[in-house]
Design a protein around this ligand. Structure first.
Ligand SMILES: Nc1nc2c(ncn2[C@@H]2O[C@H](COP(=O)(O)OP(=O)(O)OP(=O)(O)O)[C@@H](O)[C@H]2O)c(=O)[nH]1
Ligand SMILES: [Mg+2]
Length: 200
C-alpha cells in the first residue's frame, strides 16, 4: 500500500460529541460514519478497528451511544460513531431527536465519503434499515453494508448473502459488495480497514 494510505489504527482520538447538527464544525477532512440499529455493534467495531477496547463505550443495553461522536484518525480522516436508530431503551422524544440528528447528518454532510451501514448477521434487514437505505438511495449518499456479529450468525445468513447481489442492484447508492465482521473474534476487520483507507 502507498505510504499516504497507511494508517496507524491505534492513533485515534475523540474530538467532538454532537447532539445537534449545529454542533458539528467543518473539519476539512474526509469522513466515514457507522450507522445502524441500536445494539448492532457500531461502537464495538470502532474499538476493534483501532485495537483499543476502551476508546468507545459499548453496552448490552440498546441506546448506549447518545450523540454523534467524531474520532480523528491519524489527523487524516474522521470516523463517526452514531446513535442507533430503530429501537433503544429511551423515551419516544429522545428517539425522535436522534432520528432527526441522524437524518440531518447523513444527508447534509458534504465531506461524508461513505456510510458503513451495520446489520446484525443474525437478524438481517429490518424495516428501519430499509427506510434508511431508501433515504440514502434517494439522496445519492454512498453506503456499504457491514454484517456484524459473524461469530453468532445463523443459517438464515446463507440466504441473505446468496441474495445480496440482487438486493444491491435495487439500491443505487449501495456498494455492490458487503463486508462480514466480528468485533469479538476480529474477523473482517482488516477488510474494513482497507475499505476505509481508500478514502485517504
Ligand atoms: N457476539 C458478538 N457480540 C458483539 C459483537 N459486537 C458487539 N457485540 C455486542 O453487542 C452489544 C452492543 O454493542 P455496541 O457496540 O454497544 O452496539 P452499538 O451499535 O454501538 O449500540 P448503540 O450505541 O446502543 O446504538 C454489546 O453487548 C457488544 O458486546 C460481535 O462481533 N459479536
Ligand atoms: Mg454505540
Amino acid at each position: 500500500m502507498e505510504d499516504e494510505k497507511k494508517i496507524t489504527w491505534s492513533n485515534c482520538e475523540f474530538k467532538i460529541g454532537a447532539v445537534s447538527i449545529d454542533d458539528i464544525p467543518p473539519t476539512g477532512l474526509p469522513e466515514i460514519a457507522f450507522a445502524g440499529r441500536s445494539n448492532v455493534g457500531k461502537s464495538s467495531l470502532i474499538n476493534a478497528l483501532t485495537g483499543r477496547n476502551s476508546l468507545v463505550r459499548t453496552s448490552r443495553t440498546p441506546g448506549c451511544t447518545k450523540q454523534l461522536n467524531f474520532f480523528e484518525l491519524n489527523e487524516k480522516i474522521y470516523m463517526v460513531d452514531m446513535p442507533g436508530y430503530g429501537y433503544a431503551k429511551q423515551s419516544k422524544k429522545t428517539i425522535a431527536g436522534w432520528d432527526r440528528l441522524i437524518q440531518d447528518y447523513l444527508t447534509g454532510r458534504p465531506n461524508l465519503k461513505r456510510i458503513f451501514l451495520l446489520i446484525d448477521s443474525r437478524h438481517g434487514y429490518k424495516p428501519t434499515d430499509l427506510k434508511i437505505m431508501d433515504l440514502l438511495d434517494d439522496k445519492a449518499v454512498s453506503y456499504q453494508i457491514v454484517f456484524t456479529k459473524a461469530d453468532k450468525k445463523t443459517s438464515d445468513f446463507k440466504k441473505v448473502s446468496a441474495n445480496f447481489a440482487k438486493f444491491a442492484l435495487k439500491h443505487p447508492a449501495m456498494h455492490p459488495e458487503y463486508l462480514l465482521t466480528s468485533s469479538h473474534k476480529k474477523e473482517g476487520v482488516e477488510e474494513l480497514r482497507e475499505a476505509i483507507a481508500e478514502f485517504l
